[in-house]
Design a protein around this ligand. Sequence first.
Ligand code: GLN
Length: 434
Amino acid sequence: MGKHPKGLPILFFTEMWERFSFYGMRAILVLYITQETIGNNPGLGWDNTAALSLYGWYTMMVYMMSVPGGYIADRWLGQKKTVFLGGILIAAGQLTLAVDNIYAFYLGLVLLVFGVGGLKPNISTMIGGLYKEGDPMRDAGFTIFYIGINIGAFGAPLIVGYIGEVYGWHLGFGLAGIGMILGLIGYMWGQRHLKEVGNFVPVKKIEGTDKSVPLTRIEKDRIIVLLISFLIVIVFWGAYEQAGGLMNIYTRDKIDRVILGWEIPTSVFQSVPALFVIIFGTIVASYWLKRQKKGKETSSIFKMAIGTIVMGTGFLMMTGATIEAETGGKAMLIWLLLSYLLQVIGELSLSPVVLSFITKLAPVKYASIMMGAYFAATALGNKLAGVVGSLAESTGEFEVFTGIFIFCVLIGLLLLAFFKKLKVLTHGAEEMYH
Ligand code: GLN
């Protein structure tokens, strides 16, 4: 292992706290909205459908706002300042939610949507900016960063969820805000290690006119490859993001959660994928590195194809669960765990890989907007996940899980059939990293 830049731990902890705040708030959002308006921890008293609909719009919008977030960074502020601004908006949003008032609720959500849009894509682009062109440590850096994301995602539902449910929703939201403030303090403190990264790069102008310098053919080709890979990303998250919806409800209703006489609460399983990322992150990354050293295929597109297939196979485990539950009423826990395990192994071959891939391929002046476009694809994936998950009610869980499995494997195979052609369009952007 070579040396990673000093800025990496700074961005690692900032994003860890941002995700702590994001996933903590997400864990209690629907619970708060659907909780009755009376009792000692009252909520908003909405019905499930209205709550899930708001949840779906919210998770879509936070990622959608990455597009203007990226644009603002490319055009005016640079990534570093936009991340800071985003963090302030997030903290303000969480603290607004801590106030028990319906207007504060809506205002808080709006602030969060803009805040995450400013922070999330730009901090990811900054990771790429820490590494020089061709630095083979870049992929490993993204894996480490991704582990940070998941440390936040792992702890949040447990801590914020517990505080929110037991001591009060607004305290939970406030706690998520304090997490973000801690992240911002670390970010400010670490500025000395971020001098070279995330600064505003002015777009070169053709002298005497208002036009921007046009893109070269190579740049255009690379953008095409990125846009195609974003289509895969929609499918990927459309399947994977079942975790918070259909998988969650299925776990509650059909999975036997009793171990040694104790029934594990459903929400605990929301932390399982993040835990698997923390455990398997470096293992999967070193597997790919070993393959690379042996001279075998390891291009990002290839990894994405394999990742989609492996993640899809996770849903075959859920097919197994539905068959067992059909006869016995409940299915064994192992199906769920195996399903999450395969989904995460797939995720690790795709998600950090795509982040890194974008920073290798996107022309510098469009780096943040391309990252924004990636998160827009994520947004569509999240929305798709909601639509697909809700089909289970009418068509049945067996059909939905099996359908996801078949579709993902087919998309992965299709990508395998074409990855060599797509590689040509990258014009060697990755070969220099070996
Ligand atoms: N779990 C990752 C994160 O929170 C990926 C999210 C996504 O792109 N859907 O950053």
